[in-house]
Design a binder for this molecule. Structure first.
Ligand SMILES: [Zn+2]
Length: 269
């Protein structure tokens, strides 16, 4: 009986260790610590982010994909559809903007959700991002001051080290550690968290079903449930989580789904 127990125990050790190695991702690199100097330099130059969704040469999901089992084409289609839905909403917002001062909810044609524009009594703050109009309700423009360099745009890209296909669901802006991050619109802090990929993360909910997501932060200066004004400081950029260098990863969600944020970032409101 004793012998059997020992055998079972050894068997468990054997198989547990074996399973663990099988579970480890074969993709490389996973963290900045895995990189050689040359690889790190190449990745930094390319604005690569080690936690983008990844697909093999045939376009099949390896890791981090929106839904497991889908192809890169499927993911890009889903993201494009989400973006098209949001863009219709953006057009309505822009059309209604001149009247926004006294509008709470703008009725739309049947079948469309009303575009909520609340600009009255907008919270004021100092410092204020002069790129962001006070009272802005739509996340338009860049959540940093000045005109920061985009190190990695939204969309499909090829990892310069592994050659694998990836989808980057946000925009990366170059920013030294400690650069202030400003909310691009009035909103409510929905989540402040820390994980191994996003690092210190922040999510803010805005009107009309929008959310903005920020990763790799050094510090977050707001807390869950806080009301934030447009152009008000909410965090400082950093180098937390899986990065190859300090930057801000900025993403926008519409009705809970990631969209291509490019039109929103390029439209300064
Ligand atoms: Zn990014």
């Amino acid at each position: 009986m004793k012998t059997i127990r020992v055998a079972v125990f050894i068997g468990f050790i054997c198989c547990a260790a074996h399973s663990a190695s099988l579970l480890q991702s074969q993709s490389f690199p996973k963290t900045a610590n895995d990189l050689t100097f040359t690889q790190r330099t190449n990745l930094l130059a390319a604005g690569y982010e080690p936690w983008e969704s990844e697909y093999d040469a045939n376009g099949h999901c390896i890791s981090g994909c929106i839904y497991s089992g889908i192809t890169i084409k499927d993911e890009l289609n889903v993201l494009q559809q989400n973006t098209n839905n949001a863009r219709r909403n953006l057009v309505q917002y822009i059309q209604n903007q001149p009247q926004q001062q006294n509008i709470i909810s703008q009725p739309q044609q049947s079948g469309q959700s009303p575009v909520v524009i609340i600009a009255q009594n907008a919270p004021r703050c100092e410092p204020h991002n002069t790129n962001t109009p006070a009272g802005q309700t739509m996340p338009l423009g860049v959540p940093l001051t000045g005109n920061p360099r985009v190190t990695s745009p939204y969309g499909q890209r090829t990892n310069p080290v592994t050659g694998k296909q990836q989808v980057h669901r946000g925009i990366d802006f170059s920013a030294t550690v400690g650069t202030p991050v400003y909310s691009p619109a009035i909103g409510t802090v929905k989540s402040v968290w820390r994980d191994s990929t996003c690092g210190n993360g922040l999510k803010i909910a805005h009107a009309n079903g929008y959310e903005t997501v920020y990763c790799h932060l050094n510090t977050v200066t707001v807390k869950n449930g806080d009301s934030v004004g447009a152009g008000c400081v909410v965090a400082e950029t950093g180098n937390s989580g899986r990065t190859t260098g300090p930057h801000l990863h900025y993403a926008i969600k519409y009705n809970g789904e990631y969209i291509n944020p490019t039109d929103w970032v390029n439209n300064r409101g």
